[in-house]
Design a protein around this ligand. Structure first.
Ligand code: ATP
Ligand code: MG
Length: 287
């Protein structure tokens, strides 16, 4: 098995219930995976430095998952390797009243990476076709009746997201979408740990249990979101999340993949600048 088996670019349909959530079926060796992850992180660091220096393209990494799937720890471990100046992390929480008074892409737009930079969205505008769909939250939003009563409300949002990501791609920003695919059993185990281990208590909220009750609805919403928005230029990766060491490896592969595809280079100086550098060098040496 490799990352390819977890990549969705619109060619094949995702059937979430048939997807692997753990490392076991892939028959991988943990020590080997840990070594490969370290190697990948080194490569990511080097390529990110070039991306920043080159300043032409940007990368947006979207992390989506059920609670306790390991979003925070993925951010910490995989992004910990890159120069903090080159990456911004944004967590998308329940929208504020100001955010709700705009279209749903507005707050994401403000957080898009500048050229040369990477941005990581911990949750994203996909919440607007996930949690919003599961709980029909849009019914409480102030929007015209023609929008709210449209039976194609979510179908149109998928289309808007596809177009938005295509627009970003055509303007030099790559979008990589990652769904950390946790099993329901593993979520229960991690919740229990958060309750039992005092140092992890702060991570647990009763709301998490309430959302867990909607597990099947969430799986349907994720499956639809992936199938409706996976494209060649901005694919989805549906990554097993039951073992964190394996998750981190696959996420590192996905991030490395997009950076390798961009293939950034340090800028080459035009000849007149090269001559200026030479003059500066001589001036310094003769000080
Ligand atoms: P943690 O792992 O720390 O729990 P988290 O991402 O779950 O991280 P929380 O503050 O617990 O952070 O939850 C954020 C909540 O905001 C989630 O339940 C998410 O569904 C919700 N949310 C995010 N975007 C939207 C949105 N556009 N509309 C409604 N709810 C949203
Ligand atoms: Mg939470």
């Amino acid at each position: 098995m490799s990352l390819k088996d977890y990549r969705f670019d619109g060619e094949e349909k995702l059937e979430l219930r048939g997807m692997n959530t753990g490392a076991k079926k892939d028959g991988v060796d943990k020590e080997d995976i840990l070594r490969r992850t370290e190697k990948n992180l080194g490569r990511i660091e080097a390529l990110q430095d070039k991306l920043y220096a080159d300043g032409r393209e940007s990368v947006l990494i979207i992390l989506q998952a059920m609670d306790a799937a390991g979003k925070d720890s993925t951010v910490k471990h995989v992004m910990g390797c890159v120069n903090p100046q080159g990456i911004d992390v944004h967590s998308f929480k329940q929208p504020t009243s100001e955010e709700l008074s705009h279209d749903y892409l507005w707050r994401a737009m403000k957080a898009l990476p500048a050229r040369g930079k990477m941005a990581l969205f911990n949750r994203s505008y996909y919440e607007d076709v996930l949690v919003v769909k599961v709980h029909a939250l849009q019914k409480n939003y102030k929007m015209p009746a023609r929008v709210l009563e449209d039976p194609d409300f979510f179908k149109k949002r998928y289309r808007q997201i596809r177009h938005f990501e295509e627009y970003l791609y055509e303007n030099g920003c790559r979008v990589v979408k990652i769904f950390l695919n946790l099993s329901r059993e593993k979520q229960k185990e991690r919740f229990l740990e958060r309750i039992q281990v005092e140092a992890k208590n702060w991570k647990f909220s009763q709301a998490d249990i309430r959302e867990r009750a909607y597990w099947n609805d969430y799986m349907d919403a994720y499956e639809a979101a992936v199938n409706e928005t996976a494209t060649r230029h901005s694919p989805w990766y549906v990554i097993p999340a039951d073992q964190k060491w394996y998750t981190r490896y696959l996420v590192s592969e996905a991030v490395l993949g997009v950076l390798e595809d961009i293939d950034p280079h340090y800028p080459k100086l035009p000849p007149e600048h090269a001559a200026e550098l030479q003059e500066c060098r001589e001036a310094l040496e003769n000080e």
